[in-house]
Design a protein around this ligand. Sequence first.
Ligand SMILES: Cc1ncc(COP(=O)(O)O)c(C=O)c1O
Length: 396
Amino acid sequence: MPKSNDTHDTGYGSVPLSMRTVTVHGASLFEPRTGAVSTPIYQSSTFRHPGLGETTGFDYSRGINPTRTELEKTMALLEHGKYGLAFATGMGAISSVIKLFKPGDHLIVSEDLYGGTYRLFNEYYARYGLSFSWIDTSDTALVEASLKPNTRAIFIETPSNPMMKVTDIRRCAGLIHAQDGILVTDNTFLSPYFQNPLDLGSDLVVHSGTKYLAGHNDTLAGFIVHSRSDLAADLVNAQKSEGASLSPFDAWLTLRGIKTLSIRMEQHEKNARSIAHWLRSHKRVEKVFYTGFEDHPQYTLSRTQSRGFGGMISFYLKNAVDVPGLLKNISLILFAESLGGVESLLTYPLVQTHAAIPEAMRLSNGVNDRLMRLSVGIEDADDLIADLDSAFSKCV
Ligand SMILES: Cc1ncc(COP(=O)(O)O)c(C=O)c1O
């Protein structure tokens, strides 16, 4: 066992450590049994019991696994929560959140959000008696007006995917707490490095860990983090029962990714700022959606609830005819569906991330045939700009 003065007492209590330090060292600093600096991959589906009624604390890996536990504790520290739960994907995490509700419950949901979340709620959970109001949650008055006596939760993505709208976390928390419901915030776009929704009153934070947290476009992962002791057992049970728990190897990859979260996030943001400004002045681009622009409608709100603007940009081309040429001629930036990795990816939401959203809703949200979404990686910004410039110049 480590000596007490070796104990990694993060806790953000008496001796708070900075986010940079916690990302590198995780919850445990080292593995106490062997001193391993890198958390071992406990590739075991099950664990021996010393005797009847005796346990090592581990049992069967769908419910608990030591590698996953280290990651869950690390995520709890990074999101300033008491409890972390790691899932095989972001959708697995979101699906487990919905297990908290029962038929007849109503949820208010950001209309501008990842298409897979829309599909899960609308095509599946609506079948089981839950109802959803899809609204622009960046409009707090509209959120308030949409509350019903049976509204049990507000589910927001902020910044939203792909239109980069920012929802007021504190005000949504106040509204839903007044009627004893919960606020769930998808914090995928900013990661805990730039935003901690629990500090602003959110009850649960969810993540697609596939994105900035794992960070290398090489694994899928998802998280719920919270401090609600009253919901803790139910969420653990949902994770164990649903079975979408993160595998030991993917937990290790995610822990490894998190070690460099801070330096990656800073580079993503630096690059995104340069590229957003460059795109804004390009003759083939009509409009750029980037929360770091001072004239972004929620710029001031972002400054009060986040520590940075992240690495995501969306933009409208002036002409839809440029879409095939741009996607074909980028050579460094890859045309692929995901975000948050070290490699820059260009996505066409209409046919990829938001294809599951019905046309009328998609169009009213602004996801049209001219919208592109760019996840800015950590390459050299000048190289990325040169790649976009060259691809634009080859458009007809
Ligand atoms: C904001 C957001 N939340 C959740 C998800 C779902 O995550 P996963 O693909 O890890 O299931 C995504 C996926 O793109 C996303 O962009």
